[in-house]
Design a protein around this ligand. Structure first.
Ligand code: DQQ
Length: 538
């Protein structure tokens, strides 16, 4: 349908058509990045789930491969659901995934490549002894899914985590195994948080407190903390916390119980779910993939014939400056798509003004921007007893002394369509400045079958730092990263006027009393080659 084709992204991973959801089994093998995903081969809505598969040399350009696994056994006939890959030191590749059985029981299954000498790993074999795990006593048949990548213990056993719940408490179970065929449930849970409901797509991985590199999933010891992530089925957001994982006790404990999994930090404050990391041994980094669904209506998805994109893969590290959060940043390879650069140096914007940033094309961009609030205004600001929050505020139209200010993305010339991404600085009753990073979708589209929200969160700012943002714009998606990736917001937007050449970029300052100085760089982005299987000769 060409009428809706402007929503199609230019450099985000997508199948050619139909529905996609969770990232599955990402890994680097045989010189290729492998990416699998939840896929409905028949329609642009969820259902008939099988595993799609694609490979890439650089995480940006992709070659689609045949479906890796389809629903062809009693133990996965209602869906080949989410799973993870584990690379063994002898070169074997282990794929564990959830199957929804003929009776819709959630079980775990083992699969492996038919031919390890094929770097594309086109053919997959399901273990004849499947399922390898069924729900244990006390766990509901439909609350047992999404096995993690395995990690190796000093006792010579592998461990995997699986998400579940007991009543309203979200939990993660841990099993150990030597051969990935026989498993033993470890007593006690990895972690549990009351009130968080079903945990989907659990992820547990180490981060280095000192080095910039990522760590293999099995790495543990001094100088390491563990990130635990759960995707909450109840509110469809990915929550994480930083803590300590003890191989002896088998438990993970959060550094700060007030910021535990499901009640504290999120990977992303927009649309981002069922994410998964993997260790990239090729470049010694940990990479995060996330599913970015649609926020338009189902009938619009059916009309356009596809639904969902994947996030630009993000490197994940511990934030050594704050010590309280991770940093997410688009993989460096994305820069290969950058072309014509434009620089806007030290633009001054007074309270209540908008500045046009002249560009050729504002629909496919990479943007970096730095902002400084004038010192006098910072001194002048009064304390506010009102707790600001992006989502309950009036968005970019609600004015305060020190904000909002930022960029208007995908805006038409009359700015009746616009998506502002902005900072808002407030002084709390404790006299401390607090910085918020938000996206306001309320005017993102004139269409009315679209979910338009205002969202975001606080972002830690260290003394002496400028406020900075990085934004990736790709037709119907805006991925925003503040302060080097401390707070991230992904947004799906469906402009009807601000498309192709009619889309513009503006700088705005809606503060009532502060001048803002902004330095901005923009790059038009090339489209990535994402090729169908048949068009490629080996
Ligand atoms: N999606 C899969 C499940 C998982 C959910 C099914 C998360 O395995 O729990 O498509 O989006």
């Amino acid at each position: 349908n060409t009428m809706l084709s402007w929503q199609r992204t230019g450099y985000h991973f997508q199948p050619e058509k139909n529905w996609m959801n969770d990232p599955n089994g990402p890994m680097f093998y045989g010189g290729w990045y492998h990416f699998f995903y939840q896929y409905n081969p028949d329609a642009a809505v969820w259902g008939n789930i099988v595993w799609g598969h694609a490979v890439s040399k650089d995480l940006i350009e992709w070659l689609h491969l045949p479906l890796a696994m389809v629903a062809d056994h009693w133990y996965d006939t209602n869906g080949v659901w989410t799973g993870s890959a584990t690379l063994l030191s002898d070169g074997q590749v282990i794929m564990l995934y959830t199957g929804a059985t003929n009776e819709s029981v959630q079980v775990q299954n083992l699969a492996y490549p038919a031919d390890l000498s094929d770097p594309l790993l086109v053919d997959w074999v399901k273990y004849p002894g499947n399922p390898v795990l069924v729900p244990p006593p006390g766990i509901d048949d439909r609350d047992f899914r999404d096995p993690t990548t395995a990690w190796y213990g000093p006792d010579g056993k592998w461990r995997i985590a699986i998400g579940s719940k007991v009543n309203k408490t979200g939990i993660s179970l841990v099993y150990d195994t030597e051969d990935f065929k026989k498993y033993e449930l470890i007593e006690g849970v990895l972690h549990a948080v009351p009130g968080t409901g079903m945990w989907e797509c659990v992820d547990l991985f180490p981060v280095s407190l000192k080095e910039d590199n990522g760590l293999d999933t099995s790495f543990n010891g001094p100088g390491v903390k563990h990130v635990l992530k759960a995707s909450l089925d109840d509110d469809k957001n990915d929550y994480y916390a930083i803590g300590t994982y003890s191989l002896e006790s088998g438990n993970w404990t959060p550094d700060n119980p007030n910021l535990d999994v499901g009640i504290g930090l999120r990977y992303d404050y927009g649309k981002f779910y069922a994410s998964k990391t993997f260790y990239d041994q090729n470049k010694q980094r940990r990479i995060l993939w996330g599913w970015i669904g649609e926020t338009d209506g189902e009938s619009a998805d059916i009309k356009k014939g596809w639904a969902s994109v994947q996030s630009i893969p993000r490197t994940v590290v511990f934030d050594k400056k704050t010590g309280t959060n991770i940093l997410q940043w688009p993989v460096e390879e994305i820069k290969s798509l950058r072309k014509s650069c434009k620089k806007f140096d030290k633009l001054e914007v007074g309270p209540g003004s908008v500045v046009t940033l002249e560009l050729e094309k504002a629909t496919q961009m990479d943007i970096t921007a730095e902002f400084e609030i004038d010192k006098e205004a910072l001194k002048r600001i009064g304390e506010s007893d009102m707790e600001y929050s992006c989502s309950t505020s009036g968005g970019s139209a609600q004015r305060g002394e020190l904000g909002p200010f930022g960029l208007l993305l995908l805006a038409d010339e009359g700015r009746c369509e616009q998506t502002p991404v902005y900072f808002y600085v407030a002084k709390g009753t404790d006299g401390q400045l607090k910085t918020f990073f938000c996206t306001d979708e309320s005017r993102s589209s004139l269409a009315n079958d679209v979910d338009k929200r205002i969202f975001g969160s606080t972002v830690p700012v260290i003394k002496g730092e400028k406020l900075s943002m990085r934004i990736l714009v790709d037709h119907s998606i805006i991925e925003s990263f503040a302060q080097g990736g401390r707070t991230c917001i992904t947004s799906r937007v469906y402009p009807t006027k601000a498309i192709y050449g009619a889309a513009h970029l503006y700088l705005f300052n809606n503060a009532t009393s502060a001048n803002i100085t902004a330095s901005i760089q923009t790059w038009a982005m090339k489209s990535a080659y994402i090729r169908p299987y048949s068009s490629h000769a080996f």
